[in-house]
Write a protein that binds this ligand. Sequence first.
Ligand code: PEP
Ligand code: MG
Length: 581
Amino acid sequence: MSISLHGIGLGGGIAIGKAYILDKDLDDATQYTLEDSEIAAEVTRFEQAVKDTRKELEYLRGTIPSGAPAELGAFLSLNIMMLSDSQISQAPIELIKQESCNAEWAIKLQADYLSRQFEEMEDEYLKERKADVVQVLERIFKNLEGNQFDWNDEGKLERGILVTRDLSPADLVQFKESNFAGFITDAGSLTSHTAIIGRNLDIPSVVGASNARQLVRDEETIIIDGIQGVVIINPDNLVLNEYKKLKKEWQESRQKLRLIRKVEAITQDGIEIELLANIEVHEDVEEVKYNNAKGIGLFRSEFLFLSRENHLASEDEQFDAYYKVVKEMKKKVVTIRTADLGADKNPLWNAAHGESENPALGLTGIRLSLAEQGFFRAQLRAILRASIYGKIQIMFPMISSVWELKQAINQLDHAKDELRDENIPFDENIKIGAMIEIPAAAIAIKSILNVVDFISIGTNDLIQYVLAIDRNDESVSYLYDPLHPAVLELVSNVIRSANKANIPVSICGEMAGNVKLTRLLLGLGLRKFSMYSSNILSVKNVILNSNIEEITPLVNKILRTDSREKTYELLDKLNEDLELL
Ligand code: PEP
Ligand code: MG
């Protein structure tokens, strides 16, 4: 019987192969009681396993394959550091002594204890770090058992698919060098480190496919669709052939896209389009450069703060982070958005706010920055200080009115005055922009255009607030519709007003990276798109194959339509002749 599972696709295309199940993990630990005389030897056995793990991690750190993501080295160093933490290297020893139990069981008890501690944390980002700690304990466990997996057990593993509970970033190094064609894990979430690194490795993979290990049997045929996040166990011939076709098409489309990396994004009627990248951490810059983005249209700076217990990343730490990005981008534009914290991106120090009845309508984005002036001033100073090393623009999130925007600019002016007094140089002509993502700002756009150098439409939030649907609530996700007439009208008005006022406008929400919407947005007058680097070439392909003059009448027709079916029908017609890669 064929079974389908859904998880989080980490990309990498499609893989088809035989399952290889790797299932020795902490859940398999058994308990046995030791005689007093056996305890000292058990402690030594545990200590040896910690030493073996350290050696192994150090070896991995020294042999990271070329092409592996830059953050891998940092994660391995973090794992090595964790081995010195008493919660990992000492607590299990105490448990062996107190409980007179074997080392495997002590590790399991400690992993369960630490997992509970992490679970209780309010902060989603920190909660996710549970996986990092458990992965290190699991590695010690495997060394104890003497059953580390032989990644290069050739032969039957040839192009097989690994099915396992979890893979740590360290496992991924070995995975990359192995014969496996792809992997599936039971555990994992969108922001786990495994997911972040996995996404960069470009291997067909799905994480968070709960129960995969229970449902798959060794040697069964499996399809992984890393793009859609789908796993099909034991597919029938029809499905298998369909996926073989899809796999071939995907590979061909990737090859075609690679060819346009260096090509300028110019439409068939000669209009140049600017393709920018969204980044969250400094390590994302590598992919930005690979995809040849014109610059960074959105640097979500709040990721610097999410794991902190107090307000700071200090000004200097922030400066370092911005400096690194701007240096690497050379003279290309880097748009740093000031911290967009609150709502679903809640730092520890703001935990009380997390209890607000309606966090998405609460103290978020610029509101939080204006309420926390010391915090805001430090960030503004750090950005200004980095501005002399390249071409930084500064952007304020969640602006709801021109007077709120003026308050933010006022704070920026104070920060500039401080730096002048201290003789610290900064770019005196630094450009200032606003995110247009609250409906009020979109409606009152003309007043905002009077005080900024550029704007960027945050369609993710704009859609949420216009349609009154929580973007994180699955039960209303069917209502989340970028093509709703109200959304289209607002987006279109904002673009038109900005173009008329000669103020550069971009979109940096997910709409910008959706190839099905590229022509629509071109027809609305958009000339700057900012998106995850991985979407840039696909969007460029649409641009190269579009003639704006020809598509505009159909786009106008979409704007005048109020039937959902008709809108989607017209959109299909708009993209009819396109090969979406
Ligand atoms: C948006 O709201 O569209 C946006 C780009 O910002 P974020 O997704 O970070 O809220
Ligand atoms: Mg937003």
